[in-house]
Design a protein around this ligand. Sequence first.
Ligand SMILES: [Zn+2]
Length: 93
Amino acid sequence: MKYPKEVRTYCPYCRKHTVHKGKLASKGKARTLAIGTRKHERKLRGHGGKRAGKVPVKKQGVRQKIILECQECKKKQERVIGTRTKKKLEFSA
Ligand SMILES: [Zn+2]
């Protein structure tokens, strides 16, 4: 999927439409010591009639996130693009 490098869109900080530059958002990592992660691992322990670990689910592509940077105030905002895509996002000129 292609996406323009620069888009003119609303900036909530400037409260008007400004030119934004797009960048693909990095996925980030799960914190292994976070309370939710520990709770989840505790739940999976001993199986409890269910399969331990991740159950493989085949999804029809991924929903991609981009980070838009306002060119006036340099603030960033996240945006999820439309539907699921199978190919990685490309920025066109
Ligand atoms: Zn702005």
